[in-house]
Design a protein around this ligand. Structure first.
Ligand SMILES: NC(=O)c1ccc[n+]([C@@H]2O[C@H](COP(=O)([O-])OP(=O)(O)OC[C@H]3O[C@@H](n4cnc5c(N)ncnc54)[C@H](O)[C@@H]3O)[C@@H](O)[C@H]2O)c1
Length: 228
């Protein structure tokens, strides 16, 4: 398709799985065509944004006809690596790592748990979700053995950068980082950091603004009601 990946905005890439989810559901229902407005509504975005996102991949739809659902499912699926069953190594098998491992569905159907690594001798050797946890000394080996290029880091922040350095050195090029720290990655590698607390703070920001607006309108109202 048209644009090289490094010219596609991250925000566009982040919306692709949402489009694919809606399109796959339509496809499963036997729907063959969808307008940009219908698709945008179902995905919860503006239709102009949807058209712009898809145009990055050369999908422009046809005026009055819309998009061919099976074609778009195949094309977006190829872009987001759908149907590959990517092996994923999880490093740090504490509360979070264990929860992810035990609920593989949280990873989505295109990813499979390939190895679990932890440094705690009390955790090493235990079995989580049918996989034996190996020691951090076996980190590189577990990456080579499973051919994983994606890793999830769920260690404390203090260990995360060193773990990531080793993981990159072993051939991983994509990390989903849960540790609350900024990871420095080599050129050509991708790190996505997930921070629930940051997401909650974004909601709190909007809540604070709504509260301030309500307080402001109440003040304005009472000022208008004031008749000297
Ligand atoms: N992103 C989020 O929304 C979110 C939510 C909860 C927790 N966290 C973060 O995720 C991380 C994990 O949280 P948790 O509650 O599971 O912590 P935890 O202490 O229960 O688990 C951390 C695990 O990492 C292991 N570990 C430490 N150093 C290691 C190393 N060098 N190599 C391999 N394993 C190592 C520990 O032995 C432990 O089992 C923490 O950094 C925490 O702050 C993030």
């Amino acid at each position: 398709m048209t644009s090289p990946a490094d010219q596609i905005p991250e925000a566009t890439i982040a919306r692709l799985p949402g489009y694919l989810r809606v399109l796959s559901a339509l496809d499963a229902e036997g729907v063959t065509r969808v307008s940009s407005t219908e698709l945008a509504d179902a995905a919860g975005v503006q239709s102009a944004l949807l058209r712009r996102d898809l145009s990055h991949f050369g999908s422009y739809g046809t005026r009055g006809v819309g998009y061919e659902v099976p074609v778009l499912v195949r094309e977006i699926g190829e872009h987001v690596g759908s149907g590959i069953k990517w092996p994923v190594v999880v490093i740090g098998v504490g509360n979070l790592g264990r929860a992810l491992a035990r609920n593989e569905s949280m990873l989505g159907r295109d990813f499979r748990l390939a190895a679990l690594v932890d440094s705690n001798p009390a955790v090493v050797g235990t079995t989580v979700a049918g996989i034996r946890v190996v020691s951090d000394g076996e980190l590189e080996d577990s990456i080579h053995r499973t051919h994983a290029r994606i890793a999830i880091v769920a260690t404390p922040a203090s260990a995360a950068q060193e773990v990531c350095n080793r993981v990159f050195e072993a051939g991983v090029t994509s990390i989903l980082n849960f540790a609350p720290t900024t990871i420095v990655a080599p050129a050509g590698a991708t790190v996505r950091t997930v921070d629930l607390s940051q997401e909650l703070h974004i909601l709190a920001f909007h809540e604070a603004r709504r509260t301030a607006e309500q307080a402001g309108s109440a003040t304005t109202q009472s000022a208008q009601e004031y008749q000297p």
